[in-house]
Design a protein around this ligand. Structure first.
Ligand code: PRP
Ligand code: URA
Ligand code: MG
Length: 219
């Protein structure tokens, strides 16, 4: 897996990431969602440099301009809930992409720290031969990305896979590397070293789904 770590180079993205993490700012839900969306836009732009391009002649009012345009059929897939603002950011740039939505959530069967990842909802076009852009802002244990990819397998085999995430834990990145093809890409804004006993990224930012949309009842 090729790992592209946005924070290796300072840019305006640092500011968006700092606001996502900051306890004094992150409770502004609109700003929180918009910052994830902005990172989706930035990472969409970055990953587009990896697409295949073909020269096309564009007729202007005064002549003809030749320009390389992407040839890949893109499917943006987001993992509900927290993937939604990242999805919006990616779609702002890949505006004619097809879309998939899949749910994955942490189910606590005994109301304690133990959890399993349940995948229940899937709406997707065929992925056969296409470029799959799979979005989830948090990559903690990596089990959501892997379980979701397993569920997507019956939709066909993508030609290219790009995972897009905001904060990743080192442990989760190692876990997904075992499962995803070697030529797949991970576009990640920033990487933290620790997971706590509940599987939360430390320092991370807390619960991305709750910060985007409010708390939910455990069931
Ligand atoms: O790498 P993992 O250990 O699988 O953890 C990451 C997942 O956990 C969170 O989802 P959550 O279950 O909280 O659902 P939500 O987005 O609805 O809040 C987060 O949004 C990721 O999808
Ligand atoms: O730190 C984490 C881990 C999983 N999901 C989150 O929203 N945050
Ligand atoms: Mg959550």
């Amino acid at each position: 897996m090729h790992i592209h770590h946005l924070l290796e180079q300072n840019s305006v993205a640092n500011k968006f990431i700092s606001q996502l993490r900051d306890v004094n700012i992150q409770n502004d839900r609109m700003r929180f969602r918009r910052n994830i969306e902005r990172l989706g836009e930035i990472m969409g732009y970055e990953l587009s440099k990896n697409f295949s391009y073909e020269a096309k002649d564009i007729q202007t009012p005064l002549g003809t301009a030749s320009l390389g345009l992407p040839t890949e059929e893109i499917v943006v897939c987001s993992i509900l809930r927290a993937g939604l603002p990242l999805h919006t950011g990616l779609l702002n740039y890949f505006d004619d992409a097809e879309n998939s939505f899949i749910s994955a959530y942490r189910h606590h069967p005994n109301n304690d720290e133990e959890f399993e990842i349940l995948v229940e909802y899937l709406a997707s076009p065929s992925l056969e031969g296409k470029t799959l852009v799979l979005a989830d802002p948090m990559l903690a244990t990596g089990r959501s990305f892997v379980n979701v990819m397993k569920a997507l397998e019956r939709m066909g085999t993508p030609k290219h896979i790009h995972l897009v995430s905001v904060i990743g834990a080192t442990e989760g990145i190692e876990y997904i590397k075992e499962y995803f093809p070697q030529d797949s890409h991970l576009w990640i804004a920033t990487i933290d070293n620790k997971l706590d006993e509940r599987g939360y990224i430390v320092p991370g930012l807390g619960d991305a789904g709750d910060l985007c949309f409010g708390t939910k009842l455990q069931h």
